[in-house]
Design a protein around this ligand. Sequence first.
Ligand SMILES: Cc1ncc(COP(=O)(O)O)c(C=O)c1O
Length: 374
Amino acid sequence: MTWKIPLFKIYWDDDDLKHVNKEIESGMNWAVGPQVPEFEKLLADEINSKYAVTFNSGTSALHALLIAHNIKKGDEVIVPSFTFISTANAPLFVGAKPVFADIEEETVGLDPKSVIDNITPKTKAILPVHYGGCPCKINELKEIAEDHGIILIEDAAEALGAKIKNKYVGTFGDSSILSFCQNKVITTGEGGAVVTESREIYEKLNLIRSHGRLETSNYFTSFEPFDYIQLGYNFRMSNLTAALGISQIKKLHKIINMRRTNSQYLSEKLSEIDQIKILSPPKDYYHVYQLLSVIAEDRDNLMSYLAEKGIMSKVYFDPVHQSQFYKNLGFKVDLPITEKISKSIVTLPMFPTLKKEEMDYMVEEIKKFYGLIL
Ligand SMILES: Cc1ncc(COP(=O)(O)O)c(C=O)c1O
């Protein structure tokens, strides 16, 4: 279906083409090459973290990170159900159990109280999500993790550049993951990364993402023998992809400013509609609006109406614990806020090049749906 207004459009320019073309034209190093560590350095510097390790997706980054933190069978990891499924799948990848906690309504991130209620002697980690570019109550979660001697891993897939009082999300926990999938704040098509302060985790991740191979030079262009010292995967980001990552991250602030300006304009207009509730995080929270999600009365009919008018909207997220897969695994949990929010939340189109006329059209159609104008 072609939409008049799609949910997102990728922000790209000539610089992206130039960077990728240069690597293609080199005729070498399309898989492994110097763009990868350069992108990692830019990424770590951008959010004031010590190390970044890139991956071929945010999901691989989560998988590798749980292995690196030695999370395994018998361990429990507290996760939200209000998330993309890979947050909850990550503990399953390593044989551990995801334990679903509820969310709070201000940031729709994990509710610290619900996290405390779900801690058991088996709890090894807390894995909160910064939803749609909004920091969750990460300071409170960090305190809980420290009090209980539990690892804190941030799923910042949707929130590169978000911060609380100038401290970037991704730097509160022991380690964090990011995603560069096509609808994220910046994108490389597919891609992900871990950021961490720990040299030990950084070194483990380098092994896990590339076959457990000890790499002192470029495997493909070096004639030296390489040894394999543990089980590993091919979770690597390609050099071509990293070239795109470099040109994208150089535009990060511009992209975030455009997202914030548009979100502010649209939110102000939407606030005139009583049937719509705008999520508003605490004052010190810097939201980067990977998504603009609102709580809407009669949500499902609104979505169908908007679709007829060529405006795409989407439910981010239906609860993971209610998916067929998790039901079949026997997960039965009571998460009243998750269930309430999931039934009424809707994500509206939001992207850097969204035009005022497009936002005005969206607001006009929403008003028409609720019978506020003819
Ligand atoms: C909260 C969250 N966690 C993890 C992921 C996984 O990232 P990827 O799609 O890059 O594997 C996503 C992306 O959709 C996400 O939104």
